[in-house]
Design a protein around this ligand. Sequence first.
Ligand code: UVW
Length: 325
Amino acid sequence: MAAIDFKKIPRFKQLPIRKGAPPESSWGVFGDKDEFGCLNFLTPKGIVDAAKLVKKGKVFRLDTPINYAKPPLFNRNPARHTILSFEQYGLLGHDDSIDNYNTQEGSQWDGLGHVGHVRHRAYYNGVTDDQIKDGPGGRLSIHKWADRFVGRGLLIDVCKYLGAKRRAVDPLSAAVYKLEDLQGALKAQRTKVKPGSILLVRTGWLGAYLKASDQQKQEMAPLEALKSCGIEPTSAMVEWLWDNRFAAIGTDCPAVEPWPWDFRDEGALHYRALSMLGLPLGEQFVLDQLAADCAKDKRYEFLLVSVPMNLEGGIASPPNAVAIK
Ligand code: UVW
């Protein structure tokens, strides 16, 4: 992690800076071999400033329990947890074994090796498919983030904002939160955007999902059946995210953008953010308790600490994240 001169970072309209790189890509901005993308916006000074936001010693866990979704969304497999007894050694005690664990079965950061651009056939910074591989040499691996994901967290409670305006959306539909909704919520919250923030957006999806019956959860989980709200997957949205130097965006919905999205659609946020800008996407985050506290003390900023798994060559990770106020 290094200091960064934010003024020297090109504006979105100036991208790309690398000859031959795709339009609207940040490839080369942080160097030709860079694997961190927008996480470069997190700096030592940003951490020191974010630590000053801790005022009352309250901690909010942002991960769902493992296997919270029954069944997991998008046809992903559930993990099998077995408690192994020490009985065979004549001892009293246990180990865990977690088999079949999919790092995206619940709360998760999508790593930059998760999705390559559908037409350019490349990942962030031009990384090729064969460079995404198991082990320490795997490019864009999630383990490289393990000591990078600390900084100022900023919550936008767009769900509450639209609810108060009597324009609430159904989170379990493919409803779209527009950029102007996010900006309106920020204004209503009186929250300032600062470079190097980790943005969290509460859409209301997870709360609505948890209220559904077991039967409804069964019906809505498959890839083909799932419907979810999300933020608009437009050039204007990523321009705003980039020009405000957001380091990552995490939401409480399954895909950040509305689901379903068409994998052939180059305009999808997954391509715009992960492949083009190197902007990590966070999904199925637990934000309701944090949001309630922010509404109560009117402080929507906090120290955010996330320690992705030290899985060499890993594609994604549960965030292992806490917000501290
Ligand atoms: C989808 O958009 C399918 O979500 P994920 O990032 O979990 O693959």
